[in-house]
Design a protein around this ligand. Structure first.
Ligand SMILES: Cc1ncc(C[n+]2csc(CCOP(=O)(O)OP(=O)(O)O)c2C)c(N)n1
Length: 570
């Protein structure tokens, strides 16, 4: 093959050029001998901002939140072996959330691959590990097929149901010289078209309902305009946590993500149809699938496997959420359908009731929610770790006004919130969205990826971390109290002095020890762009009024003490 000298590049440079064509503006990872040809090309081409995370787990979370908050492809790069293993938990999270994520990992040199020769970073059967935690995983087999494999991987990541896709590129292939391909364009993404007769049938069924509800999940994030058409016909709205912001959360016709509370369940009982769109109906958002949803229950999903999953469905339409909702709106508008106007009045009253009850249960922290919301305004990212504060209020308040504004650890893994917030803040910076990022974390989860605070400062992320510090695993304590006879173990944590830690990191910090201090501290935290850690001293301020002891279910199992267990068995 003849190469004119200025067109001869490494495969690493082809990877970089292709990602640029995919619209990637930032990527995250940890540099290594097994990915340097790609990162060398990133640096020389200068088109993609590369964020050097301090660990692969953090890099994966950053890329995930970048993708969710910018509604575009996230990209992370790792080395092979231990590094690829380090990102596994983050890929599980991206898989749970359905995030379009491309994970590029190195692999050892082709001649030694799969031979068990103790090559540095060798991991036996790494591809099987990656397949287990991703939507798909590929290995690049040759210089000639590298681009094709990458295109296939990006297409797989972006096609609904979207998910993380890993690609192994052996290091000899990354550094091999080749000709820059002429066609670097990404492959088209197929949008699942619903069957017309299925739409006719579903529209006819919906037209019989007087009090219909829409339940929107993350799969409907791009369908906001079609949702508004159905709202205009009188449909009420409720969302999963992943579906937040499809309808702005101050819309009087929406319950927001107040989807599980008792008055809401009672309200469902007064509805006569529910259309679930692009939602997993996750166990922790449905009282382990026992939440009584309205009947008939119709379901729309791009994934045919969603039919009948979690709940028996009365009708199922396979197709892209936007296409299906537009098709239904066309038909119902033509039929001059209008739902019973009393539905939305009832919905609003229920919403006021559950919002009031939630704020009441927060005790002193109700004021925190109000003031942070006020400071955040309407255009912000709201990124949360797994902590009592998120389970109780963060998953529902602050109110968000765009479907890309809310990011949380859907899979329930602690420690991912702060790196996710870095990804969202970098996304806001490279897309000029004007969004400040607010991050909510508990001290127990926070310490898991503490090293990423250095990344945060280095990248000068525009972010306020609200750190709920109770010097322990609060929710686990509550679970031990509720289910383990109050036998508290392994839940008290040696916790850093964040004043000193932040000083060492050059990270601006303030501690709030009483709610009276909050306005001034919040003002300080948001006065200028850049990172800020706002520590909420929960031991000084006090506890919530209502205790949260794990994902809500209808049944709580008591675990007796060892001696008692033996006695009760006899
Ligand atoms: C990766 C991972 N490890 C362990 C757990 C179990 N776990 C769930 S919540 C929690 C405690 C979190 O403590 P903290 O961040 O301080 O929040 P708090 O419960 O005090 O609000 C733990 C250990 C988990 N969910 N994910």
């Amino acid at each position: 093959m003849h190469n004119s000298s200025n067109n001869t590049v490494t495969v690493g440079a082809v990877v970089a050029a292709f990602l640029e064509q995919c619209g990637v503006k930032a990527a995250f990872g940890v540099i290594s001998i097994h990915n340097m040809p790609i990162l060398d090309a990133f640096a020389q081409r200068g088109a993609i901002r590369f964020v050097p995370a301090r660990g692969e787990a953090g890099a994966g979370n950053m890329a995930d939140a970048y993708a969710r908050s910018t509604a575009s492809l996230g990209v992370c790069l790792t080395s092979t072996g231990p590094a690829a293993g380090n990102i596994a938990g983050s890929l599980v999270e991206a898989l749970t959330a359905g995030t379009p994520l491309l994970h590029i990992t190195g692999q050892i040199e082709t001649p030694y691959l799969d031979k068990g020769m103790s090559y540095i970073h060798e991991a036996p059967d790494q591809l099987t590990m990656l397949k287990a935690v991703s939507k798909a995983a590929f290995r690049v087999r040759s210089v000639e097929t590298a681009l094709g494999t990458l295109k296939q991987a990006v297409q797989a990541a972006l096609t609904a149901p979207a998910g993380p896709v890993s690609v192994e590129i052996p290091i000899d292939i990354q550094s091999a010289l080749t000709t820059m391909p002429a066609d670097l364009s990404p492959l088209p993404i197929a949008v699942a078209a619903p069957a017309e007769d299925a739409l006719d049938a579903l529209a006819a069924q919906l037209a019989r309902a007087r009090r219909p509800m829409l339940w929107l999940g993350g799969g409907a994030r791009h369908a906001g305009a079609a949702v508004r058409r159905l709202q205009a016909l009188g449909f009420g709205v409720v969302t999963s946590v992943q579906g937040r912001g499809i309808v702005p959360e101050d819309d009087a016709g929406s319950l927001g993500a107040y989807n599980i509370h008792k008055p809401v369940e009672d309200f469902y009982g007064r509805c006569d149809a529910m259309l679930v769109v692009g939602s997993r109906l996750r166990g922790n958002e449905t009282l382990k699938y026992e939440l009584k949803l309205p009947r008939p229950l119709y379901r729309v999903d791009a994934d045919p496997a969603a039919e009948g999953r979690c709940y028996v469905t009365d009708a199922f339409v396979c197709g892209d959420a936007r296409r299906v909702l537009e098709g239904l709106a066309d038909r119902l508008e033509a039929a001059q359908y209008q739902a019973d106007a009393a539905l939305l009045k009832d919905l609003k009253a229920v919403r006021d009731q559950v919002v009031g009850a939630l704020f009441d249960g927060l005790g002193p922290y109700a004021e925190l929610v109000r003031q942070v919301q006020q400071a955040a305004g309407r255009n912000f990212n709201w990124v949360r770790d797994v902590t009592v504060s998120n389970s109780t209020w963060g998953n529902r308040e602050l109110r968000v006004f765009a479907p890309s504004a809310g990011v949380h650890a859907t899979g329930g893994g602690i420690g991912q919130g702060m790196p996710m917030a870095i990804g969202a803040a970098v996304g806001a910076a490279v897309t000029d969205s004007g969004r400040k990022t607010f991050c909510l974390a508990g001290d127990g989860g926070f310490i898991l990826n503490l090293g990423e605070l250095a990344t945060l400062v280095q990248e000068a992320c525009d972010m306020v971390i609200v750190l709920m510090n109770d010097k322990g695993y609060g929710v686990i304590k509550n679970i031990q109290d509720a289910q383990y006879g109050g036998r508290r173990a392994y839940v008290d944590l040696h916790t850093p002095d964040y004043t000193q830690l932040c000083a060492a990191l050059a990270l601006p910090h303030a501690r709030v020890s009483s709610m009276a201090e909050l306005p001034a501290r919040l003002e300080q935290a948001t006065a200028q762009p850049g990172p800020f850690l706002l520590e909420i001293d929960m031991l000084a301020i006090g506890s919530f009024k209502t205790t949260f002891a794990g994902p809500p279910t209808n049944t709580i199992t008591q675990i007796p003490a060892l001696g008692q267990a033996a006695a009760s068995v006899e």
